[in-house]
Design a protein. Structure first.
Length: 368
């Protein structure tokens, strides 16, 4: 069905072309605004990124693992277009993904699709570099933040990203140097906002303290791992940050490397799956052998998903998105069918009542 924007009059729900009468949209037909470029297949929810004015789709798309290894530009175009069809506007990347190839693929795909820059939120992350052993080619020094960001923008074929993340904390660089460098990037128009990824509460709080003292911009968003088996940091450690600093979250690994899809039930590894790839054999050992109990818990979640009329993947994604502190859940896929299944989670979110959430907790446990 077509998604009517939140600012569309209620009487437009019958899909009849209408004209806006408000000053900001006067004389503009809804078909022209909402459906001229994309026909949204389900109703996408857009959330504020923390306390910023930036609105992001509650389900995003990331290029970790897939781009450069399992997908090229042609495949990326199909995946991105399908995401756009569902209303996804948040696309995540990092300099380290496939040593820069993921950024190149995403940038070229967006260019060939002729996606207007002002219609999408593009993000990337700086820290790990792109494979060089040079000591100055990684970390969060002012040098690498500036040079690394400029290199990322070249690969993405854009003049700015919307959010620039510090991909990890850097014990070798004073946080003040990093805060100043990220603000320089904002002042120069290389990014509009900056954030962190896998930083501790104390590190984020220190960055904010420095920013406040210097009259600079603090990190508006954190990108942590968050899923049914990895909850403590998001639900407990970061607690004070939400109220004090309005920290938003764009979470990664919502399916716990595919464990929560149920496709690895019994420890089997389907052909073509991530854990079947040579470069992820270590992950298969860790997840399928050392954490065998998680596979058993996923099997116990199957009846809950069946009762809700959804797949296990949709249940896991909806559960992440149900957290009010989460701005966007970053999904990943190598097939259009996987994008379609993931987006089905949008219909599951409202079904996660307190009763259902308690049932899920009774199976997987809680952080405490």
């Amino acid at each position: 069905m077509t998604y009517w924007p939140s600012w569309a009059p209620d009487h437009c729900a019958d899909h009849t072309p209408q004209l806006f009468t408000s000053s900001s949209h006067a004389g503009t037909s809804i078909e022209h605004v909402a459906a001229a470029r994309y026909t949204f297949l389900v109703k996408m929810e857009y959330r504020q990124l923390g306390r910023t004015g930036l609105k992001v789709s509650c389900l995003g798309y990331g290029f970790w693992v897939t781009a450069g290894y399992q997908t090229g530009v042609a495949e990326a175009k199909e995946l991105i277009q399908k995401c756009l069809d569902y209303g996804v506007n948040f696309f995540d990347n990092a300099e380290v993904y496939a040593n820069g190839e993921a950024e190149k693929i995403m940038g070229q795909a967006l260019k060939e699709l002729e996606v207007p820059r002002n219609e999408v939120v593009l993000t990337t992350k700086i820290f790990f570099g792109t494979g060089s052993d040079a000591p100055t080619s990684k970390g969060l020094s002012r040098k690498h933040i500036i040079e690394g960001t400029k290199a990322s923008l070249q690969r993405l074929q854009v003049d700015h990203v919307d959010v620039l993340y510090c991909h990890r904390p850097d014990p070798n660089t004073p946080i003040e140097e990093t805060v100043r460098a990220m603000n320089w990037a904002i002042d120069q128009g290389l990014t509009f906002y900056w954030g962190t990824s896998e930083w501790s509460h104390d590190q984020i709080a220190e960055a904010w303290s420095i920013a406040d003292r210097l009259g600079l911009v603090g990190p508006c968003v954190e990108q942590p791992e968050y899923n049914l088996f990895h909850r403590k940091r998001v639900e407990e450690e970061y607690g004070p940050l939400y109220g004090k600093h309005g920290t938003g979250l764009t979470t990664w690994s919502p399916l716990c490397s595919g464990i929560l899809t149920g496709k690895y039930s019994g420890g089997s590894v389907p052909e073509g799956s991530r854990m079947g790839l040579e470069r992820y054999k270590h992950l298969a050992q860790q997840q399928l052998v050392e954490k065998k109990h998680q596979l058993e818990l996923v099997d116990q979640l199957k009846p809950v998903a069946d009762e809700l009329g959804c797949s296990l993947a949709q249940l896991a994604l909806a559960w992440c998105a149900k957290n009010p502190n989460v701005s966007s859940v970053i999904t990943g896929s190598t097939k259009v069918s996987q994008v379609e299944d993931n987006m089905g989670a949008l219909k599951v979110i409202p079904k996660l009542t307190d009763e259902v959430l308690k049932k899920i907790d009774s199976i997987v446990g809680t952080p405490s």
